[in-house]
Design a binder for this molecule. Structure first.
Ligand SMILES: CC(C)(COP(=O)(O)OP(=O)(O)OC[C@H]1O[C@@H](n2cnc3c(N)ncnc32)[C@H](O)[C@@H]1OP(=O)(O)O)[C@@H](O)C(=O)NCCC(=O)NCCS
Length: 200
């Protein structure tokens, strides 16, 4: 189910979007802030969802600390308006503890990584907490990140390596499989997918 977008805030810095979503078969609706995050904020969720078998040491990606790399998160929030979220400091990505009490339930990372020799982003570490899946949150966070990188038009494409079970998730958002499947031992088949950005 698609969430209702309540509003977006941008004050010269990174954008911030507040959405509301109702979990399937539940009367509870959550408010989620979609925003940039710091690596150390998203690592616990990335580790839990994607590297539970391997441990935190394996959850670091090459390029995680690159100056252009962007980490994104969906955060459950008490705020019901964008103004309230901003008043609570949510638009301050540099603020060390602005969101300490918030709970991050979805994350992804965009790293600069060329595709066919041209500047491109690689999307990695896409993870939604199991209790927050199947309501459109993963799609919302990917779409938010795609919009948020509009300030870097020279990166015309975004690509990712997806585990077979997640390929349909990407295809439903307009991504295309561009290569043969390849096997990662112990993890299973993977596919390379590509997303052209506007004009790309
Ligand atoms: C894959 C994942 C990120 C999807 O997150 P989500 O919030 O549950 O996805 P959404 O609710 O936004 O789904 C958007 C659409 O994709 C579909 N979809 C989501 N996950 C899917 C899956 N694994 N297989 C097929 N379709 C899927 C949904 O049905 C929905 O389709 P609709 O628009 O027709 O209703 C989440 O299941 C997850 O974290 N999985 C474990 C980690 C993982 O596999 N990450 C990807 C690594 S490449």
């Amino acid at each position: 189910m698609a969430g209702a977008r309540i509003g977006t805030h941008r004050s010269g810095g990174p954008a911030l979007t507040l959405i509301m979503m109702q979990l399937h078969r539940s009367n509870t609706a959550n408010h989620y802030l979609l925003r940039r995050a710091r690596l150390e904020q998203i690592l616990p969720l990335r580790t839990q969802v994607l590297f539970a078998m391997h441990g935190p040491r394996h959850a670091h990606f090459m390029g995680d600390d690159h100056p252009l790399t962007r980490h994104y998160a969906a955060v459950v929030t008490d705020a019901t308006t964008v103004e309230a979220a901003v008043a609570a400091g949510a638009d301050d990505p540099a603020g060390p503890d602005a969101n300490e009490g918030d709970s991050i339930v979805a994350c992804l990372t965009l790293l600069p990584a060329p595709f066919e020799g041209e500047p491109a982003w690689q999307m990695r570490g896409v993870a939604v907490h199991p209790q927050h899946r199947s309501q459109g949150l993963g799609r919302a966070l990917v779409a938010f990140a795609e919009r948020e990188i509009a300030d870097r038009p020279e990166f015309k494409r975004i690509w990712c390596n997806a585990v077979a079970s997640a390929v349909l998730f990407y295809e439903k958002m307009g991504w295309e499989v561009v290569d043969e499947a390849y096997l990662i031992k112990g993890v299973g088949s993977h596919f390379k997918l590509l997303r052209h950005r506007d004009g790309g």
